[in-house]
Design a protein around this ligand. Structure first.
Ligand SMILES: NC(=O)c1ccc[n+]([C@@H]2O[C@H](COP(=O)([O-])OP(=O)(O)OC[C@H]3O[C@@H](n4cnc5c(N)ncnc54)[C@H](O)[C@@H]3O)[C@@H](O)[C@H]2O)c1
Length: 381
């Protein structure tokens, strides 16, 4: 089988995770890495024997032997890179959020469609085996009618006013920080698991640190915790540290969620609970191989990931036997495998596409409007 040749744009946290993840997919070669800084691109490229390492993504797009690209740069950079890549005829896998505005996301979704190119937005967290199992249990009617969805995505890495990252800055992140960055994963998962759509939201956002001490040296994601007392400059902050959203999914199902980057002790605490008229499910990302199942009239149970016990539709999302943990890194392998599989075949994509990225931007837009107006806002279809 002729390998598919791909390129990674961005050399930070996600650039590296994607590079490692792609190398776990059969018959895909990383042909180029693109960084903003020459030295970072060279270092990453050399470490993985990638033939091209450059700061010029357009050079990569001109290479007719490259079939696909991964866009792993800062949020505000996604739109330009994805648009150029689609116009150059490349299949595109873009990190979330797809863009920083609904309008840009609409444009990219129609552009990909017009060019007939595969397009994926990296809501990788759907790809935990037990998240897929939750989706199957909801679809099979095991839970009865879905009454309530609730949960949180809580982290602590921006707790102090000395914590800084490009996400804090509106120019790089977009208008929203916490809701765009991690709230979007929660809503994507809530809709994926239940098969229901968020129809209306009532949100309250808060920026606790209206000024942060920005380091004078550039730092990459999560690296801020390792810095000692340094040289900082006081910088005004407009993006939110925390958000809480009460939401409706159609006429009866109700939900509530919070997203926080200032929750001391919570590292990557995504937790989602689905309460049905017959049974409930609860799952947390920090113990991804355990699924709690609750019932009122019999004992509760904890289901341990084991492909042999998963619903047939969820089984292909688990590669390892029971007792062998599968975690965050594996979700990238699963999503990339399906993305590249779809480039080779005519079968319908089994992964979130740009229209799903657009969907998240519509929810986010409604959340921002709701917070601004202090009122309920409907999410457009
Ligand atoms: N799916 C997930 O679980 C997940 C997790 C973390 C981040 N993300 C997303 O991945 C993206 C990158 O985040 P990160 O955490 O890797 O950030 P990061 O700061 O670690 O890395 C960002 C990289 O983009 C580079 N960059 C910025 N502008 C560029 C440009 N014009 N051309 C080339 N490179 C450029 C920076 O130099 C840096 O290497 C964001 O959109 C973020 O939302 C997704």
């Amino acid at each position: 089988m002729k390998p598919i040749r791909t390129a990674i744009f961005g050399t930070g946290f996600m650039g590296r995770v994607h590079l490692e993840g792609v190398r776990r997919v059969e018959s895909v070669e990383v042909a180029a890495v693109v960084g903003r800084r020459e030295e970072a691109a060279q270092r990453l490229g050399a470490g993985f024997s990638v033939p091209t390492a450059t700061t010029d993504y357009r050079q990569v797009l001109r290479d007719g032997a490259i079939d696909a690209v991964h866009v792993c740069t800062t949020n505000a950079e996604h739109y330009r890179a994805v648009k150029d890549a689609l116009e150059a005829g490349k299949h595109v896998l873009c990190e979330k959020p797809l863009t920083t505005t609904v309008k840009q996301a609409q444009e990219l979704a129609s552009l990909a469609d017009r060019h007939g190119l595969r397009n994926c937005v990296c809501h990788n967290l759907r790809f935990y085996p037990l998240v897929q199992q939750m989706r199957q249990l909801c679809a099979s009617g095991e839970l009865g009618e879905i009454l309530v969805v609730q949960g949180t995505y809580s982290q602590d890495w921006l707790l102090y006013d000395t914590d800084w990252n490009w996400r804090v800055d509106r120019e790089a992140s977009g208008v929203s920080r916490c809701m765009a960055d991690i709230g979007s994963h929660f809503f994507d998962m809530a809709e994926h698991i239940t098969g229901l759509r968020v129809t209306s939201v009532c949100a309250d956002l808060q920026t606790f640190h209206r000024t942060r001490k920005k380091p004078r040296v550039s730092i990459e994601t999560f690296a801020n915790k390792l810095m000692g007392a340094g040289d900082y400059e006081a910088t005004p902050v407009e993006t939110e540290d925390f958000g809480a959203v009460v939401f409706q999914m159609g006429s009866r199902t109700r939900g509530c969620m919070s997203a926080s980057q200032v929750a001391a002790g919570r590292k990557n605490g995504l937790r989602i609970e689905v309460y049905g008229s017959r049974a409930s499910l609860a799952w947390g990302q920090e113990r991804p191989n355990e699924l709690w199942m609750g019932r009122r009239d019999t004992g509760n149970a904890v289901f341990i990931k084991d492909p042999a016990l998963l619903a047939p539709e969820a089984r292909s999302f688990a590669d390892l036997p029971g007792g062998h943990s599968e975690g965050y890194d594996d979700t990238f392998k699963q999503i990339f495998r399906r993305f590249y599989g779809s480039i080779r075949s005519a079968a319908g994509p089994e992964y979130p596409q740009f229209i799903d990225g657009l969907r998240q931007l519509k929810i986010l837009d409604a959340v921002l409007q709701s917070n601004e107006n202090r009122s309920w806002v409907n999410v457009p279809v």
